[in-house]
Ligand binder design. Sequence first.
Ligand code: MTE
Length: 314
Amino acid sequence: MLIKRPADIEPSEITPRALFEDRRRFVLKAGLGAIAGAALWHGLPRAAQAAPVKLSPLTPSPLSTTEAQTPYKALTTYNNFYEFGTGKEDPALNAGKMQTRPWTVKVEGLAGKPRTFDIDDLLRLAPLEERIYRLRCVEAWSMVVPWVGFPLASLLKQVDPLGSAKYVEFVTHYDPQIMTRRRILDWPYTEGLRLDEAMHPLTLLAVGLYGEVLPNQNGAPLRLVVPWKYGFKSAKAIVAIRLRETPPATAWNTSAPQEYGFYSNVNPEVDHPRWSQATERRIGDLRKRPTMMFNGYADQVASLYQGMDLRKDY
Ligand code: MTE
C-alpha cells in the first residue's frame, strides 16, 4: 500500500469533535417500534413496511471500547478508497460522485434463501447499534471509530447459509465512469472471510459513523468492519455478499500475496515484509503505542485460530 504515515497529519488538521456536535442527526420516525422493526427485518414484504428510516436511536453495544474516539474530521479526510485515488485526501475529494441510491446488496451463493436487499430496507429494518471499535490499519496507524451498524451474522442468517458454505466473499461497487481506470488493484475490490469469522458477533456491517449515515469516502452505503483484522479487510461500498465453499480471491492478496494474506489478523509478531507491525500511531497522536494481538480483541477471537500457524496463515 502507498504509505502516508500519521506523522504527516498535523494536529491542526484535526478538528475537535465538538465542532461536529451540531451535525445532522437522523431520528427514527415515531411508530416504528423495535418489535415491528424486528418483524420486518425478518422478512415481511416491502409493502408492509412502515416509516422511513433514520439512524437514531441507536443501541449502545457492550462490545464498544471506551477509549478516546478519533475526531470525525480525521476519519473522513484521511482515507483509503483506491477507486477514488491513492492519496489519503483523494476519497474525500472524489467519492462524492458515487450515487448511493438506488442501491441493492445481493446476498447469494450457497444459501437456501438467496435474496437481494434494498439498502433502505436494511437501514429501516436492521436493529442499529453504535459500536466503538479500534481499527488498526496495515500501514501502522490506528483509530477509534463510533460505527453505526448491525452484525453481519444477522444478515447472513436471513438467507440460510447451506452446510457447504465455508467462506464469504464481499464484492464492491466499481464504476469506471467515476472511479479510476488504472489497474492499481483488480477491480472490483473484493474481500473475504471464513464463515465463522463472518458469523462472529464482533463482525459488523456499518451504515454510519458518529451517528450519521456513512460518508461516501468511508464506504457508503454499506461497509464491512472486522476489528481484529487490518483495515483493508473493511470492504467499502458493498454490492454483493457471496457464500462459497472455497476461499475467495481478495484484492490485496491477489495484487501482493507475499504482503497481504487471506487472514490479515492484526499481529504485532508478524512484520509486513517492508515494515514492522509491532507498534502503531493513533491518528492525531504522534506517540507510538504497542500493537495488540488481534488488535486487543484476542479474548473474543483467538479461539477461531486455535492450532493454526499465524506466521504461515498471515
Ligand atoms: N474498500 C474499497 N472498495 N476500496 C479500497 O481501496 N481500502 C481498504 C478498506 N476498504 C479500500 C476499501 C483499506 S486499505 C483500508 S485501510 C480501509 O478501507 C480504510 O477505511 P477508512 O478510509 O474508512 O479508514
